[in-house]
Design a protein around this ligand. Structure first.
Ligand code: AHG
Ligand code: MN
Ligand code: MN
Ligand code: MN
Length: 280
């Protein structure tokens, strides 16, 4: 596992440079979920793949930007699913972005995720590694230094409501309104990495990306985005649900499957469950 963390650190140093100097324009192609790929999406995907290809313990990889699983070492132990550049459309306006990695064993599904890592590229570069606990590191003089463990409070103050609002179910709108009416503050940049990092570091709150009339299964992808953060939120003492159950109990039938998702501290997650259970 340590060699995988080192490989991710290496990718972060190179992607930091790519973000700072690269072309933010579009490519000619779309990925499997229908996003027009930016050149930065493709280049960061290539950087990570090139680094992972050298790691003997990696059995297979799959990425948001690739159609299928790539087998690397038949006797490798780990399977890695990654989002090479989350929030890539925010680079041209100089907002924070990230990379997300889910580390799995045996099969790519929620039951088999054993660790996750995300990297935030903001004013600073930080990396959060979740195994049994959640540890944050910061890039200082080109090396990642341990900074702190991350733990959520039982109840937070931030509300990050995602997706297209005019496609929300009325009960979902009511839930979000009620949370604001209780004094929560809006924090939503459109990059799930910095948005969730903020909730994790500022004690808690709620991030939601529900199923909507235009996208009943939400937008965020299970293997590359939702499961890695679900592990982080659970190990930090909070929760991650699809409205009805833990997202780490959601079934995956295809590598690019999406799921509605809610991440937060326990109080807010309980609140979502109560509302959703009455509105099936
Ligand atoms: P990506 O850039 O990897 O395709 O993912 C973008 C995601 C995620 O970072 C963010 O939370 C979400 O898209 C924002 O979507 P909306 O603009 O629909 O809220
Ligand atoms: Mn994308
Ligand atoms: Mn993403
Ligand atoms: Mn992406």
């Amino acid at each position: 596992m340590q060699e995988i963390i080192k490989a991710i650190e290496e990718s972060a140093r190179r992607i930091k440079y790519l973000i700072e100097t690269g072309d933010t324009g579009k490519s000619q192609s779309e990925n499997s979920t229908g996003d027009t790929q930016l050149k930065l999406d493709i280049q960061s995907d290539e950087i990570i793949e090139e680094i992972f290809l050298k790691i003997p313990s990696i059995k297979a990889i799959v990425s948001e930007e690739q159609d299928s699983i790539k087998n690397i070492n038949s006797d490798g132990e780990f399977l890695i699913a990654y989002d090479p550049l989350d929030g890539s459309s925010l680079v041209d306006v100089n907002l924070s972005v990230g990379s997300i990695f889910g580390i799995y064993k045996n099969e790519f599904n929620a039951q088999n995720i054993i660790a996750s890592v995300y990297v935030v590229f903001g004013p600073r570069v930080e990396m959060v590694v979740t195994t049994d606990d959640v540890k944050m590191y910061r890039l200082l003089n080109n090396e990642f230094k341990f900074i702190q463990n991350i733990k959520l409070n039982e109840k937070g103050k931030l509300n990050a409501p995602g997706s297209t609002q005019n496609c929300w179910a009325p009960f979902h709108k009511q839930l979000i309104d009620d949370i604001f009416n209780d004094g929560y503050r809006l924090r939503y940049s459109g990059g799930m990495v910095p948005d969730l990092h903020q909730i994790l570091l500022k004690g808690g709150g709620l991030f939601s990306y529900p199923g909507t009339s235009d996208k009943p299964k939400g937008k965020l992808r299970q293997l590359f985005e939702v499961f890695p953060f679900a592990l982080a939120f659970e190990k930090a003492g909070g929760g991650a649900i699809d409205g009805f159950k833990r997202v780490l109990e959601v079934e995956t039938s295809h590598i690019h499957d999406t799921t509605p998702c809610f991440f937060g501290s326990n109080n807010e997650i309980k609140r979502v469950l109560e509302v959703y259970s009455k509105n099936v």
